[in-house]
Write a protein that binds this ligand. Structure first.
Ligand SMILES: Nc1ncnc2c1ncn2[C@@H]1O[C@H](COP(=O)(O)OP(=O)(O)OP(=O)(O)O)[C@@H](O)[C@H]1O
Ligand SMILES: [Mg+2]
Length: 458
């Protein structure tokens, strides 16, 4: 079994004293559909510093969790995954390059017209409190600060400061076409390392959940307190950011979507909401039929312009829709009873505003008592009596889940919504017994608007 050496832990501690650097959606799409080996090489270099910093923060945080949570076997296991991935990235051998190639890699960025504006502009996400998802614990001794006193590396579209980092994610290579095979070999080696890491971390959400269960059992706690809730928010938000960077880099290097004109890596510049919603509806209904043994799941009506599209990561959108729809279908079936022949229809309404796209999902599934509403955002809060088996290997894909039972569906979906500057809100309508409407509204910003793209970070 892999074990972190003391030397490695000291290196991790050192890396954790550096703040993470934000990467914006705009920077991510600037790569275009087919980046050159030189451009990919520069992105790999950025990531080979940035990812270890972000991983190191997580190791440190897991190490210092309060109240003995850090000693739970599953938490230790996850910490080891982060440390091992850290080690693998810093050990990817760097290629030896000729002076000529080095000169081309170092050439100052040419002016690419409007695309070469400073990239760190951010829009403020009103749903996120300042510093809410800050990756660097404030205890780090004297982090480098910006002239106005703000910490470098703003978080998730909530950075109000205009920061310019010296390290850049996207730097276009010049017109040089003679990239030596070492460049491509390094790019491929780096991609393979990232793939291995991504796979290793597939089970992080379920394993951390397992760790929290171990803690609750050991400490005889019924609910997690706000500091653990805040840790989980930060931890999972960071995971979304790390996986976004890794997933994007793998897709760019592999040219996964090269045949698809609207894709830059895993970002779709024209995500069709109708199609994504249709698929999520079908999947949620399928899971519902399977779970309750129904001949036909409750119907879902989609009201959306068929050609409505915006720049987004389709995987994130389908995750949010799938989770909220599963909740609605469960509420409808359990309120009306699985024997019922005709269920009320759940509605999905998509509205296109000037700046945002809003999706409203409303069901007649009995609603939620007012006193329980704050709890739905708590990790591990569920009204399912028996939590399904938490086997990390069982839930390999991020986007495949059982009907309900972990109490993770809503809090994680809200992180996805906030990650790109949107939000997820739940409104329960009181007083309409049996016909309560529950509305879950993921608000998603459309990034084709002219405003600055938000900063994405871990
Ligand atoms: N549309 C809804 N109508 C009524 N109750 C709801 C609705 N959506 C969520 N809830 C309540 O909120 C709780 C938490 O939802 P959440 O999706 O976070 O967890 P879950 O569905 O129990 O488990 P999972 O992690 O598998 O999704 C649910 O158990 C349910 O009691
Ligand atoms: Mg759920």
């Amino acid at each position: 079994m892999w074990k972190a050496s003391d030397k490695l832990m000291a290196t991790i501690k050192y890396y954790a004293s550096f703040p993470a650097t934000g990467v914006s959606l705009r920077q991510m799409v600037q790569f275009g559909e087919t980046p050159s080996p030189g451009t990919l090489f520069r992105a790999s270099q950025f990531l080979s510093e940035e990812l270890p910093i972000r991983l190191a923060h997580r190791v440190e945080e897991l190490n210092h969790l309060p109240d003995g949570l850090n000693d739970m076997p599953s938490i230790k296991k996850v910490k080891d995954w982060y440390a091992q991935s850290f080690e693998e990235i810093i050990n990817v051998p760097k290629p030896t390059l000729s002076e000529e190639v080095k000169a081309h890699l170092l050439r100052p960025m040419r002016n690419h017209g409007k695309e070469s504006k400073p990239l760190s502009e951010t829009t403020w996400n009103p749903s996120v409190r300042e510093g809410q998802y800050r990756s660097s614990p404030t205890t780090i001794s004297s982090p480098p600060t910006h002239a106005n006193g703000q910490e470098y590396g703003t978080i998730n579209g909530n950075g109000k400061a205009k920061l310019t980092s010296s390290r850049r994610y996207f730097v276009p290579s010049d017109d040089y076409t003679d990239w030596p095979p070492e460049i491509d070999a390094f790019n491929q080696r780096f991609r393979k390392t990232l793939q291995q890491i991504k796979r290793r971390h597939d089970g992080v959400v379920t394993t951390v959940a397992q760790g929290i269960l171990e803690y609750k059992r050991k400490r005889q706690r019924l609910q997690i307190d706000s500091s653990i809730q805040a840790f989980l928010d930060r931890f999972y938000m960071s995971r979304i950011g790390i996986r976004m960077l890794i997933g994007q880099h793998i897709a760019l290097t592999e040219q996964t979507h090269a045949h698809h004109p609207n894709y830059v890596g895993i970002i779709c510049t024209k995500t069709n909401i109708y199609d994504v919603a249709m698929e999520a509806i079908e999947n949620a209904r399928f899971v519902c039929e399977d779970h309750y043994g129904l001949f036909e799941a409750p119907k879902v009506q989609l009201i959306c312009k068929p050609d409505l599209n915006f720049m987004y990561v389709p995987g994130h959108l389908s995750h949010m829709l799938f989770e909220t729809l599963k909740n609605s279908l469960r509420a409808v079936v359990e309120t009306h009873g699985p024997e019922k022949e005709e269920f009320p229809v759940t509605k999905v309404i998509v509205a296109e505003g000037r700046e945002d796209i809003t999706i409203k999902i409303s069901d007649e599934g009995g609603g939620i008592p007012r006193s329980s509403i704050p709890l739905v955002w708590t990790y591990m809060y569920t009204t399912v009596d028996q939590t399904p088996m938490l086997d990390p290997d069982f839930d390999k894909s991020d986007f495949k889940a059982p009907m309900a039972g972990f109490g993770y569906g809503l809090p994680i979906s809200r992180l996805y919504a906030r990650y790109f500057g949107g939000d997820l809100k739940l409104i329960s309508m009181e007083g309409l017994a049996g016909k309560d409407e529950d509305e879950t509204i993921p608000r998603i910003d459309a990034y084709e608007c002219t405003g600055p793209a938000p900063e994405i970070e871990d």
